[in-house]
Each structure stands twice: as structure tokens, then as C-alpha cells.
Design a protein around this ligand. Sequence first.
Ligand SMILES: Nc1ncnc2c1ncn2[C@@H]1O[C@H](COP(=O)(O)OP(=O)(O)O)[C@@H](O)[C@H]1O
Ligand SMILES: [Mg+2]
Length: 634
Amino acid sequence: MSFFSRIFGVKKTSKPWEREKPLSWRENLQALKSLPRFLKLVWVTHPPMTLANSLLRVLQAGIPVTALYIGKLIIDEVVLLASHTGGDMASMWRYVAFEFALALLSALLSRAVSLMDALLGDLFSNKTSERLIAHAAKLDLPQFEDATFYDKLERARRQTTGRVVLMSQMFTQVQDMITIIFLGAGLVIFNPWLILLLVLAVIPAFLSETYFNQRSYSLARNWTPERRELDYLRYIGASDETAKEMKIFGLADFIRTSFAKLADKYYRANKALAIKRAIWGFVFNGLGDIGYYAAYIVIIFQTIGVPIEVFGITIFSGSDQLTIGDLTFLAGSFSRLRGLLRGILSRFSSIAQNALYLQDLFDFFEMEPKITSTPEALPFPKKIKQGFTFENVTFKYPKTDAYVLKDLSFHLHAGEKLALVGENGAGKTTLVKLLARLYDPDEGRILLDGRDIKEYDLTAYRAAIGVIFQDFVRFHLSASENIAVGRIEAKEDVPRIEEAASLSLADSVISQLPDGLQQRLGRRFNQGVELSGGQWQKIALARAYMRDASLLILDEPTAALDARAEYEVFQRFAELTAGKSAVLISHRFSTVRMADRILVLEGGKRLEMGTHEELHALRGRYAELFELQAEGYR
Ligand SMILES: Nc1ncnc2c1ncn2[C@@H]1O[C@H](COP(=O)(O)OP(=O)(O)O)[C@@H](O)[C@H]1O
Ligand SMILES: [Mg+2]
């Protein structure tokens, strides 16, 4: 197993390209069930345009049979005129004029229809993307950390633009069906046997199309993890964020060969299928041609006036001979019908396939968050009275074995500043995530003023808690927006943003930016300015001051600041949040000392807890670590 395969949890089999299992008919039909829902989504995107599009297509569906029939009238008239046995020049010209007008109308209609398809498609894909973003925001953090969820998200993301094709396919499908009814009516009037031949001419190709469509869908689906891995390799192989290390460690070859190996496997799997598809497609279409020419022969005999009998069944009695115009009309209708039917049938299987992809999108939309609150949930208290209590809290991350927090109990008083101390991996960040209800404990409870935090309204609860995480997001947006994310409703409130910036010492960073607060940060876009780690932290810290939080948590957001800046930041923080509860995480004891009490975590357990003086007097782990750091400064 390769390094990346392990990361992505990809299981290798000896012949991965043979893994795809075709979907059953049942699964295919099941997928079609999502089509009405899809149509509804298209409809709500823009009702007038959807309606107009449908009406124009019905109109368009009537054109082929009309055109063929006028063509027949023209030919019959011309034959009569040419043999000098009758015919009417004036009506012939009228027919020609009508045929020409029809051609113009058809061109106009098809332009209008494809224009509307394109516009509707754009609107649909925008709306779906919006829904995707909105829905993703509702889901829980644990869901995001799950690889199968990622695959689903990835497939759903691909659906937002890909499904536009499905929309016009479905419209075209209905339109072609109407066209077929019109054309088929003509055939039935002249000779019903032709319909049977038509079906025989089409079915073989349809079956092979359906089969291969299912195979390629299964292949694409089974390979989602690998495709994700390929995307990831492509990304780390060529991105500004990795360029430094790629060069220093000379990783280009390693990444390139990893990519090439995996890409080649996927290519081979695809190739095998594509070749099979081409060969069988040719064979089955050939069978269809036989049906077409049989029908042609029937029509020719009917025009010449020779009776046809097959196995004792009279297909044509010899009376009711066809005209030359009829011959062209029927031959034209038949070939048109064959094309249309073939199109419909192959489109049917491709619609079914697209519908399967659609299923992925709907599956994603149907995923529900587990961390929720009930409608009768408690409002967040205006003023916290007793504070937060951890009661024998035990927690491990989903799909992992090791407990990260074990039987943890402590109390955070209202208005208290608590510092968390512990080695990397001790569980400090996890504790914060539980406190913010990004996860729920496996055992034990977290109480706020004596009630389980699960009983409070989730939105209100999260709104009352401000956390600046260790791995806060560096949004490649403007400096002002980067600060405003702490309270996005206030994004236009410049004085408030400036105030927050000055409290977090970000004002010194902003004053150096060419465009000040409006400066775009990060290198992803033109005119973006990249900041140093410490500068980013000052910006992120300002988010905490934007928020009117009852509980503020700073999870090592100052690690990249120099000792003096960190000291200053925390001093201000303590002054400004006087009376509010706060949790501070830092490895610097000069900062930790400022807290009212200190909780020392080790391996997810509470090791010591007390004031700086108490813990110092205890001469335990805290005192030991404190001495160690003080030693370094002497
Ligand atoms: N999302 C996650 N999924 C699985 N394990 C995790 C996750 N986040 C952290 N861990 C594990 O939980 C433990 C505690 O991590 P963390 O709370 O981040 O520690 P600290 O913040 O004290 O450094 C570590 O062993 C880490 O590997
Ligand atoms: Mg941490």
C-alpha cells in the first residue's frame, strides 16, 4: 500500500480495474425516482423560463413530420408536372414557400431552446452550489472528518455543474418522444409492420448502450477515492503552499511517480471499458442497420406494387400502391424515427446514469447533522451564573480507538480565566471543541449553569462562544473581512473593526498594508499580500474582539508571536474580558500565570488544577515545567 493510499484509506486489489460491479436494473430504475425531484428543482430555479422552454420544444417536435409531409406533397406534385399528366404549378410553389418558412421557424426555435437551456443551466448550477454551501455548513465536524463523507461531498460537488446536461437531456427526451408520436402515426397509416421493424432496428444498440453506461458509472463511482487522491497529488505537486518544501526536499519526482502510477491504473481501467464499448457498439448498430434496410425494401416493394409475404403472413397485398412522394416520406420518416428512437433509448440509459449521479447529490442533501437542538431548547443565559462543569467527560474521535479525554471533571466559574496546560496531544484543543459543541462527549456531561449544554439552543449557544483556534482559517479575503468573520453581521461596521484590530495589535499590521483594511490577504489572488504567521495571528485574534461572547477561548493563537507581543496581547485580553469567562491555551508560562486558575492535562486526564501559587507549592508537573521554562530565560 502506498503512502497516499494509506492516507486516503484506499484498498488495493490485485486488479483494481476489474472491481466495478455493474448496477442492476433495479438500481437503475431506483435512480430514476430522483428525476421528479430534479425537475422540481429546475422548475423552482426559474418557472417562466422552464415553462417557455417546454412549450417551444413541443412546437419544435411538430416540425419534422410537417416538413417531411410537405416534402412528399412537393415531390408528388413535381412527378405529376414532369409526366405532363396533371399537377398544379401554383400549389407546388406554395408548398415550397411553406417548407422554407418551416425551415426558418425550426432554426429560430432551436436557437431559442438552446439559449434557454444554457441560461436555465447556469441558474440551476448557481442555485445548487448555494444549496451545497448552505447544507455543508449545517453538517457536523465529525462528518467532515470521515473519508466516505468526503467522497460523497466530492461527487455532490461535481454534480452541481454536471447535472445541467441532464436537464436539457430530459427536455430533449420528451420533445423527441412527441416527435416520434407524430412520425410514428404516419408510418402506422401506411404500413403497421414498419413499426415492428423499427423496434427491431433499435433494441440491440439500446441494450449495449445501457450496459456500458452502467459499467462506466460504476467505474467512476468506485474510483472516487483514487480520483480524490489524484486531485490531491496534482494539488500538492503544483501549489504555492507546497512549493517551498517540494523544492527543499526535492519531492517532485516522488509526487510525480505516485501520480503517474495511480493515473495509469485509472487510465487502464477506463481504456478497457472504452474499447469494449466501441466494439460492441459497432456490432449492435450493424444489427440495427439490417432492420432499417428490411423496412426500406418493404417500402420499395409497396411503391412498385409487388405483394410481400413472409412466413405466410401478408405484409403488403399489392393494392394501395405508394406514390414516389409517399416513398420519400416513409423512407425519410423511417430513418428519422430510427435516429430518434436510438437517441431516446441511449439517452434513456444516460439519463439513468446521470440520475445515479444525481442520487449522490440528493444523498448529500439528505445527510442530517447529529449535533442539533430541539425547538423547545433553552435560550443562552443572559448572564452566566455558575459557569461550565465537565462531569466525567470521556471522548474519542469517531472511527478511532484511543480515548482523547478520559473521565475529565472540572468546573469553570462564571467570569473565571482558566489556562489549559499540557503537552502536544494532551487533549487541550479537543476539550475546547467539546466546549464549543463541535462534538458531543461519548460519556459524561458538560453543564452550563447546571443544565446539559445539549439542552440549549445550538445556534444561540455557538453565538455566545468565541473561539480562536490554533489552526484558524486564513481567508484570502480583505483584511477587514478577515476580522469581520468574528461577527459577520458587522462587516460594514468599520469603527468596530478598527477597534478590534487595535485591541489585538493587528492595527500595526494593517497600517503597513498598501490598501489598509481593504487590502486582500493571501497570495491566491492578484494584489493579495501574504502575511507572516504572527501577523496572521494578530488579524485572527481581532475576530475574538468582534464577538460579544460570554465565553472566549484562545487556543494557542499567539504561538507565532514573540514573547513580548504575546504578553501584551494577553494582558489586554484579561483587561478587556474582565468579568467574562475565558479559556486560554498557551505554552508560555508568563501568559499562563495571568489566568485565575490553571488546569494541567496529561493524556486526556486532569493531572493538577489550581492557582499558579497552589500548583507551584504542589511541586508537581506544573512546577516542574514552569521551572524548566524559567531556567531557559535565566
Ligand atoms: N480530528 C481528529 N480525529 C482523530 N484524532 C484526533 C483528531 N484531532 C485530534 N486527534 C487526536 O487527539 C489527541 C489530542 O489532540 P488535541 O486535542 O489536538 O491535543 P492538544 O491540543 O493538546 O495538542 C491527539 O492524539 C490527536 O492525535
Ligand atoms: Mg491543540
